[in-house]
Design a protein around this ligand. Structure first.
Ligand code: NDP
Length: 297
C-alpha cells in the first residue's frame, strides 16, 4: 500500500483564505480589524524566523500585526508590564509570547499573565482547564491543525483508536484532549511506555510529537492507519548541509499507512494558519460577533 500524502501546505492555504474572508467581513460590516501581538525576547534564530513568518502571514490575511522584540536581558517585570499593556489594548485581540523565553524569566508566570481571552496559543491555565472539561476555549495551534487535517480526511473520528506519542503541554496533551472530544479511544504514549511499537500498531490514528528523528517506522503502523507527524528535526545531510525530517520514517511508514503528513509541508504550515484562525475567533468573541465556522473544534 502507498499512503495518500496529506498536503498540509495546501490545507493551510485554504484555512488562511477562510481567515482572510472573515477578516474582510469584520472590516466591511463592523469596522473591526483583528490584531495579533507577537512578543519575542532575545535573539534565538529559529524564534526570529517563526516570528517573521507569523507577522507576514498575519498581514497577508488582512489583520494588524504588532511585533515586540525585546532584548535578551529584558527583566521579567518589564515583560509582564508589556503584557499588561497588550491585555488592555483594544486593538490587540491575540497575544503570543514566543517560547522558549530566556532562563531568568518564569515562562508559566508570563503565559498565565496573558488575558485568557487573548491567549491565542491556548497555553494559559484557564484555557487548558476549559479544553480539559470540554468547554469553549482557545485551543493550542498545532493540535488544532492536526485535528483539522484528521477531520478533513475522515469526517467523523468517533470510535477510532488514536495513539498520541508525546505528553507535552504544547502538543501531546491538548492533542489527546481534542481527539477525546471527537470520541476517539485515546492512548497517550511517552518515553516510559512499554513496547511502543505494539501500542501504535493497534491505532487507526498515530500522532507523533516526540522530537526524535524518524523514530516511528513502518513496522509500527497498522496497515491503512492515518499518520500525523508533528516532529520537526534538523539532521545532518552531509557536506555541511542539514535537512528537516519528522518523528516518522516517512518512506517505510508511507508504504503501510493509508495517509500520512510529510515533513516539511504537513503539520508545520497548519500551526500558523491556526494561529490566525484563533486570532479571528478571539476578535469575534471580544466583540460578541458570530465566530467563523470550521476554524474552532
Ligand atoms: P517535548 O520535548 O516537550 O515532548 C516530547 C515528548 O516525547 C515527551 O512527552 C517525551 O516523553 C516523549 N518522548 C521522548 N522520547 C521518547 C521515546 N523514545 N519514546 C516515546 N516517547 C518519547 O516536545 P514537543 O511536544 O514540544 O515537540 C515534539 C516535536 O514536535 C518536536 O520535534 C518539535 O520540534 C515539534 N513541534 C512541531 C510543531 C509544528 O508546528 N509542526 C509545533 C511544536 C512542536 P516524556 O514526557 O516521558 O519525557
Amino acid at each position: 500500500m502507498t499512503a495518500e500524502i496529506i498536503d498540509g501546505k495546501a490545507f493551510a492555504a485554504t484555512v488562511r483564505g477562510q481567515v482572510a474572508e472573515h477578516v474582510a467581513k469584520l472590516q466591511a460590516g463592523h469596522g473591526i480589524t483583528p490584531g495579533l501581538a507577537v512578543v519575542l525576547v532575545g535573539e534565538d534564530p529559529a524564534s526570529q524566523v517563526y516570528v517573521r513568518s507569523k507577522g507576514k502571514q498575519t498581514v497577508e490575511a488582512g489583520m494588524a500585526s504588532f511585533e515586540h522584540k525585546l532584548d535578551a536581558a529584558t527583566s521579567e517585570s518589564d515583560l509582564l508590564a508589556l503584557i499588561e499593556r497588550l491585555n488592555n489594548d483594544p486593538q490587540v485581540h491575540g497575544i503570543l509570547v514566543q517560547l522558549p523565553l530566556p532562563g531568568h524569566i518564569d515562562s508559566d508566570l508570563v503565559i498565565n499573565s496573558i488575558d485568557p481571552a487573548k491567549d491565542v496559543d491556548g497555553f494559559h491555565i484557564s484555557n487548558v482547564g476549559l479544553l480539559g472539561t470540554g468547554q469553549k476555549s482557545m485551543v493550542p495551534c498545532t493540535p488544532l491543525g492536526c485535528l483539522m487535517l484528521l477531520r478533513d480526511r475522515h469526517g467523523s473520528l468517533s470510535g477510532m483508536d488514536a495513539v498520541v506519542i508525546g505528553r507535552s503541554n504544547i502538543v501531546g496533551k491538548p492533542m489527546a484532549q481534542l481527539l477525546l472530544g471527537d470520541s476517539c479511544t485515546v492512548t497517550i504514549a511517552h518515553s516510559r511506555t512499554r513496547d511502543l511499537p505494539a501500542v501504535t500498531r493497534r491505532a487507526d490514528i498515530v500522532v507523533a510529537a516526540v522530537g526524535r528523528p524518524e523514530m516511528v517506522t513502518g513496522d509500527w503502523i497498522k496497515p491503512g492507519a492515518t499518520v500525523i507527524d508533528v516532529g520537526i528535526n534538523r539532521i545532518d545531510a552531509g557536506e555541511g548541509k542539514t535537512r528537516l525530517v519528522g518523528d516518522v520514517h516517512f518512506d517505510s511508514a508511507a508504504a503501510v499507512a493509508g495517509a500520512i503528513t510529510p515533513v516539511p509541508g504537513g503539520v508545520g504550515p497548519m500551526t500558523i494558519a491556526c494561529l490566525l484562525a484563533n486570532t479571528v475567533t478571539a476578535c469575534c468573541r471580544a466583540n460578541g460577533l458570530p465566530e467563523p465556522q470550521g476554524l474552532t473544534p
